[in-house]
Design a protein around this ligand. Structure first.
Ligand code: PLP
Length: 382
């Protein structure tokens, strides 16, 4: 058949200028701005996904993630995908059809966990509290006793509400019940105190674009020994090929290392640099910086007559929900911040839609100048 049997049309043949994106200051619920050093690292040459130099980068990313999480878990990797792929990997691997999973739902991401666990056949039970509250140890204990789950799933940093869920002491409760503790640390890793081993987290996952100052596209995940035991003793195959921890393990830790998928190496260069920044700064200084910058925001909001939604004891530094004053059109304010000041903040989700703004001070953006420009712009707009 000759090529001129068919006619090429130019219907979709756009003639575009080169890309020109605005220099937004990303103070919403994520992504945050990548650190300049992170963006620069992405320009390193492309190598193959099994190139010895890339395998070394993978190893360095694993090791720096262990530092960020404060874990010795060998199985600590980054999944190719955004934070939600970390959530998906967590449930896909540890949940078997019929397993009872108790999810703490006090925001949007808890609801997403319910959805995902259900898709893997879990018998999902919900422990609910209001959006803006955390679960007390007593509520969690009562939930564990009432439901007797195999997995307890909680969101450490609920980005939809700005609540920090205390996790200390839950490991003992979970071990008493032979239950895994699975935790979403997307908006806490690298910004909020977090001790995966000391707190006995069995599975934790995160995302590259929140407090790690990197572009979105990678989801760090760590499996502890109890989680790996449960995976090893599964009676049914893991119902997800891409996020199968055994197959991924052959790529990350096998000998020889085996092709699984073509890792997005430039995103790994970026995450490596984001984690290197965290290691250089040190976690203590980094957590203190996030806290100090958030306190600056809270003080400035007070001067504008604005009020955080979450009580101080459980308020996240990385994400603040701010109550929208009566008579103010929340979406109009966000729109003006974006178009007139190049500042992105986020609106409320779910139960808090229209009621709060969400201000993220994450990673590279957790700096006094972010707070200063936002407060100045908010004062003008309001
Ligand atoms: C952002 C976020 C996610 C999802 O991450 P994506 O990168 O948007 O897929 C999951 N959980 C929490 C708590 C988050 O803040």
């Amino acid at each position: 058949m000759s090529i001129d049997t068919f006619t090429i049309t130019d219907n979709h043949r756009l003639n575009l200028p080169s890309i020109d994106m605005p220099p937004r200051i990303l103070l919403g619920a994520g992504p945050s701005n990548s650190a300049p050093r992170v963006l620069a690292a992405m320009l390193a040459p492309t190598v193959g996904h099994l190139d010895p130099t890339f395998l070394q980068v993978m190893g360095e990313v694993s090791e720096l993630l262990r530092y960020a999480w404060q874990t010795d878990n060998e199985y600590t990797i980054a999944i190719s995908g955004t934070g939600s792929s970390g959530m998906e990997a967590a449930f896909a691997n540890v949940v078997e059809p019929g397993d009872r999973v108790l999810v703490g739902v006090n925001g949007y991401f808890g609801r997403r966990m319910v959805d995902m666990a259900g898709r893997y056949g879990a018998d999902v039970r919900c422990l609910e509290t209001t959006w803006g509250a955390a679960f007390s140890p007593e509520e969690l204990r009562a939930g564990m006793e009432a439901h007797r789950p195999r997995v307890l799933a909680l969101v450490h940093a609920e980005t939809s509400t700005g609540v920090r869920q205390p996790l200390e002491g839950l490991a003992e409760l979970c071990r008493e019940h032979d239950c895994l503790l699975l935790v979403d640390t997307v908006t806490s890793l690298g910004g909020v105190p977090l001790y995966a081993d000391a707190w006995g987290l069995d599975v934790a996952y995160s995302g590259s674009q929140k407090c790690l100052s990197s572009p979105s596209g990678l989801a760090p995940i760590t499996f502890g020994p109890r989680a790996l035991d449960k995976i090893r003793n599964r009676k049914t195959p893991i119902a997800n090929w891409y996020m199968n921890s055994e197959l991924l393990g052959k790529y990350w830790f096998g000998s020889p290392r085996a092709y699984h998928h073509t890792a997005p190496m430039h995103l790994f260069y970026a995450l490596r640099e984001g984690l290197r920044l965290a290691a250089e700064e040190g976690l203590a200084a980094r957590w203190a910086r996030h806290q100090a910058v958030a306190e600056r925001l809270w003080a400035g909001l007070g001067e504008l007559g604005l009020e955080p939604h979450v009580p101080l004891e459980i308020r996240l530094p990385s994400l603040t929900t701010v109550r929208v004053p009566a008579g103010v059109d929340a979406a109009a304010v966000s729109r003006r911040l974006l178009t007139e000041y190049n500042i992105e903040i986020a609106g409320g989700l779910g139960d808090l839609a229209g009621k709060v703004w969400r201000v993220g001070l994450m990673g590279y953006n957790a700096r006094p100048e972010s707070v200063a420009v936002l407060l100045r712009a908010l004062a003008d707009v309001l």
